[in-house]
Write a protein that binds this ligand. Structure first.
Ligand SMILES: Cc1cc2nc3c(=O)[nH]c(=O)nc-3n(C[C@H](O)[C@H](O)[C@H](O)COP(=O)(O)O)c2cc1C
Length: 221
């Protein structure tokens, strides 16, 4: 597929088919993604591919933590405040997602069910967790992780797979740390769900929004 097409067709997938992704396909995606650029070619990442029983356990414990109201244990700062325009976009995507699932604003039960699905990674058959060495300055290493993360998502898209980058996979990083036996010298940054998109699911089809070029770009000549 043409690069431009892959970039534009990739979207966050929030319902996956109950169909495993062959390990060989994941190997191909990740080995190609390793060509992502990084500061001084340091390649500071470690990628943990989680499938099978371990993934089921991860989903189960993650949802339990959410429903019990446990304190979050993320290892990177997750933003809580935004300038108004950004906050509006955040609200809008939430409305689009819930709207596509016909969950009304006041439907507390529906929302709770939805968050349960999110914290079980939308039933994806695989999740890829991205870690970084603690010795590396985090601010800059985040750029490297962003670079390999999006490369991974695009390569998956190119194979007809879907992804959803998930803060919900690291809100309770202590669960991942224990289950995936993450050593102390590694920090858990983010995960992405990976699987076959359910093309019949409305949540995978709502209209997404992007600002216009001039909102973001300033030409200096
Ligand atoms: C760092 C990061 C964390 C995200 N965490 C979540 C999440 O926890 N749950 C979710 O449904 N989507 C999550 N997303 C997906 C974004 O909501 C999505 O990328 C954004 O709305 C743009 O839509 P698109 O990916 O379909 O183009 C995350 C994306 C990024 C980059």
């Amino acid at each position: 597929m043409d690069v431009q097409e892959v970039v534009k067709q990739r979207r966050s997938i929030r319902q996956f088919l109950a169909k495993p992704v062959p390990e060989e396909m994941i190997r191909e995606i990740v080995s190609d993604a390793l060509w992502a650029p990084s500061w001084g070619n340091t390649q500071p990442w470690e990628i943990v591919v989680v499938t099978g029983d371990k993934l089921e356990q991860f989903k189960k414990e993650n949802v339990e933590a959410l429903t019990s109201g446990a304190a979050m244990t993320h290892e990177v700062i997750i933003p809580e405040v935004w300038p108004d325009a950004l906050k509006q976009r955040y609200k809008d995507v939430g409305k689009s997602v819930l709207g596509s699932l016909e969950i009304a604003r006041g439907d507390v039960e529906g929302r709770t069910r939805y968050y349960g699905q999110m914290f079980s990674f939308f039933d994806a058959p695989a999740i890829l967790m991205f870690l970084v060495d603690r010795e590396v300055a985090l601010e800059y290493a985040m750029l490297d992780i962003g670079s390999i993360l999006q490369t991974t998502c695009l390569l998956a898209q190119n194979k007809g797979l879907g992804t959803c980058i998930l803060a919900a996979s690291i809100n309770y990083a202590s669960i991942a740390r224990k289950l995936l036996e993450v050593p102390d010298n590694k920090r858990i940054i983010i995960g992405t769900a990976l699987g076959w998109p359910d093309n019949n699911a409305s949540v995978n089809h709502f209209n997404r929004e992007r600002g216009e070029l001039d909102e973001f770009v300033r030409w200096v000549k």
